[in-house]
Design a protein around this ligand. Structure first.
Ligand SMILES: [Zn+2]
Length: 158
């Protein structure tokens, strides 16, 4: 797979609108959930492809500033056999009053191995801002930073 394709992820604009509506409906709290779809296919140069999203209740103690996905709701998606071969290819959460940049807490995620991490900023609800990232765990260094994040390029389809 070309390096460029590895840094891409595909999603339909309609699905993005549905996720934006979900996030706006949960204001003033952060909304979160899973993105299900198909893995990248190196042999055909197909990038990660998001097919649908599943909203997961946010059980954080302070849901205005953090998100914790309710395990009783997301765990079945990890284990239930899936006839359409969908896998969890991303997680998303909203930033009700901040730009779509990972916070320190976001980078301490236990979802590090998920191939994409999406932030929907709805600080301007009329004009949501999206950014998807790939997170990579680094060895501890002098700055104490353990996670590096790299923006992914969105390929939107209609
Ligand atoms: Zn965040």
């Amino acid at each position: 797979m070309s390096a460029a394709m590895k840094d891409c992820i595909s999603i339909s604009s309609r699905l993005m609108q549905q996720i934006e509506q979900y996030c706006i409906a949960h204001l003033p709290y952060e909304a979160c959930g899973l993105l299900l779809g198909t893995e990248a296919k190196p042999q055909t140069e197909m990038p990660l492809f998001v097919r649908r999203f599943v909203g997961i209740p946010n059980t954080a103690a302070n849901p205005r500033r953090h998100f914790v996905m309710d395990p009783s709701v997301f765990i079945p998606y990890l284990f239930v056999p899936n006839p359409s071969h969908e896998s969890i290819i991303g997680i998303f959460h909203s930033h009700p009053s901040a730009p779509p940049v990972p916070s320190v807490e976001d980078l301490q995620t236990s979802w590090i191995d998920v191939p994409s991490h999406w932030i929907v900023s709805i600080q301007n609800a009329d004009q949501p801002e999206w950014q998807a990232y790939r997170y990579e765990k680094l060895h501890p260094n002098e700055s104490g930073s353990l996670t590096r994040f790299k923006p992914l390029r969105l390929i939107t389809t209609t």
